[in-house]
Design a protein around this ligand. Structure first.
Ligand code: FES
Length: 110
């Protein structure tokens, strides 16, 4: 199953995208609907995964969407392991993706 966000004209909640927020994700400026979570802004911009697992490098993004699974973690400002599905996007947020090797892999030749 792939998460995605409906365009306003196909959204049964009849949301109105009158205001927008702008965030920086790994140096790229993304714009999303005001009130969205960071995950919502990422989905709105066509990104359905934004990190990889440390063990097998499998893509991860939204899984539960309710703050339970921690699959959606990223860094916001200096704060690591922020759940993108739980953090409301604020204008000017600087977001970094977390794609890190397991500690045992650091320094190992591949
Ligand atoms: S998607 Fe599960 S905690 Fe964010």
């Amino acid at each position: 199953m792939t998460a995605h966000r409906l365009s306003p004209e196909h959204d049964p909640t009849e949301r109105i995208d009158a205001e927008h927020v702008s965030i920086i994700v790994d140096g790229e400026q993304l714009t999303g609907s005001s009130g969205s979570t960071i995950a919502g802004v990422l989905l709105e911009n066509g990104r359905d995964s934004w990190r990889t697992t440390s063990r097998d490098r499998r893509p991860r993004g939204i899984f539960c969407g309710i703050g339970v699974c921690y699959d959606c973690i990223l860094t916001v400002g200096d704060e690591r392991d922020v759940r993108a599905c739980q953090r409301r996007a604020c204008d000017g947020d600087v977001v970094a993706l977390q794609n890190e090797a397991r500690p045992s892999e650091e320094g190992e030749a591949s």
